[in-house]
Design a protein. Structure first.
Length: 325
């Protein structure tokens, strides 16, 4: 009995010690640089946003948050790197809208989008804006829909490539408005926008920060934004929902991810740091001028948002039969 009692005391001490020391390593986190994977090339909107967020996190956390651009395969290459990384909080990724559509367009991905990642926080989004050439007879969404219905199969919408946000938006317009419009994909947004400015295509959904200068210059007309609220950059432009299309909401969104099974304490710290960054007044002013609506929120909210996007676009893509690049 004495032996068992002694063993029992040892067991209890071991449990107590584990309870005290289990989170101790997390208390020292981080103690070396954090890698922030950006699954696109340097210089684009996702990269600029990532570097801005990473810089604020570096200052707050006391270690460098180093951007690592891993571009290719519509973000699948960088995403796969994250999936195969240790879940220790030292490798995270700035995911964006393609994270939700990639598994639908490419079922053969080397990772499971729903199981291999943990959403840290929703960073923000950039609404798209529906624009037409200044010479277009349509000056509202209602007029554009009427024009499309009067000329089925004749109006075109441009995009920067199959599966891009502009393509998804055009397909959503077809479904919600019941119109027959033709998709014209380009190799990037720039040539698509150039052809729109030249009136070679009828319409385009473009990021608001890119299209708005042309609206202000009078070469394009803005009909509506795709977010659920009006943009601070164009408060006079209605939303697609206000224009008469219930449920029409799409944006270029950004969520920070970690590998699945990252410890809860680390996830909580990262979530707090991302939220601290998006609340920074200087960052909000800088990114707000580029059309970015910063959000923040809990990891649970971010996870629910991403899963909702995957399910929503799976239904839309199946309905339309659209294909990615």
């Amino acid at each position: 009995m004495r032996t068992l009692s002694r063993l029992g005391r040892i067991a209890l001490l071991a449990i107590a010690w584990a309870t005290v020391t289990a989170p101790a390593w997390a208390q020292h986190y981080p103690d070396h640089p954090i890698k922030l994977i950006v699954p696109v090339p340097p210089g684009g909107g996702v990269d600029i946003l990532s570097r801005a967020i990473g810089q604020k996190m570096s200052v707050s956390m006391g270690v460098p948050v180093v951007v690592d651009n891993r571009a290719g395969a519509s973000a699948a290459i960088g995403t796969d790197v994250l999936a195969k990384s240790r879940p220790d909080g030292y490798t995270i990724m700035m995911g964006y809208s393609a994270h939700a559509t990639n598994p639908i367009f490419n079922p053969g991905l080397p990772y499971d989008t729903k199981k291999d990642f943990a959403a840290i926080a929703h960073v923000g989004y950039i609404p798209l804006i529906l624009v037409v050439p200044a010479s277009s007879p349509a000056s509202s969404v209602k007029e554009l829909i009427a024009l499309a219905k009067a000329k089925p199969g004749e109006l075109q919408f441009a995009s920067g490539g199959a599966g891009a946000g502009a393509h998804l938006s055009g397909e959503l317009l077809k479904i919600t408005a019941g119109v027959d419009i033709i998709h014209v994909p380009y190799k990037g947004n720039a040539p698509a926008l150039n052809d729109l400015l030249g009136s070679h295509v009828s319409m385009m959904f473009d990021t608001i920060n890119t299209a708005l200068p042309h609206v202000k210059a009078g070469t394009l007309k803005a009909l509506a934004v795709t977010s659920n609220k009006r943009s601070q950059l164009a408060p006079d432009v209605p939303t697609m929902i206000e224009a008469g299309l219930p449920g029409f909401e799409i944006s270029a969104w950004y969520v920070v991810f970690a590998p699945a099974n990252t410890p809860k304490d680390i996830m909580q710290r990262l979530n707090a740091e991302v939220n601290k960054a998006v609340k920074d007044p200087e960052l909000r002013a800088t990114l707000g001028a580029q059309g970015v609506e910063l959000t923040g929120g809990t990891a649970e909210e971010a996870d629910a948002f991403v899963n909702g996007e995957i399910e929503r676009w799976a239904k839309i893509i199946k309905t339309t039969g659209m294909k990615g690049n």
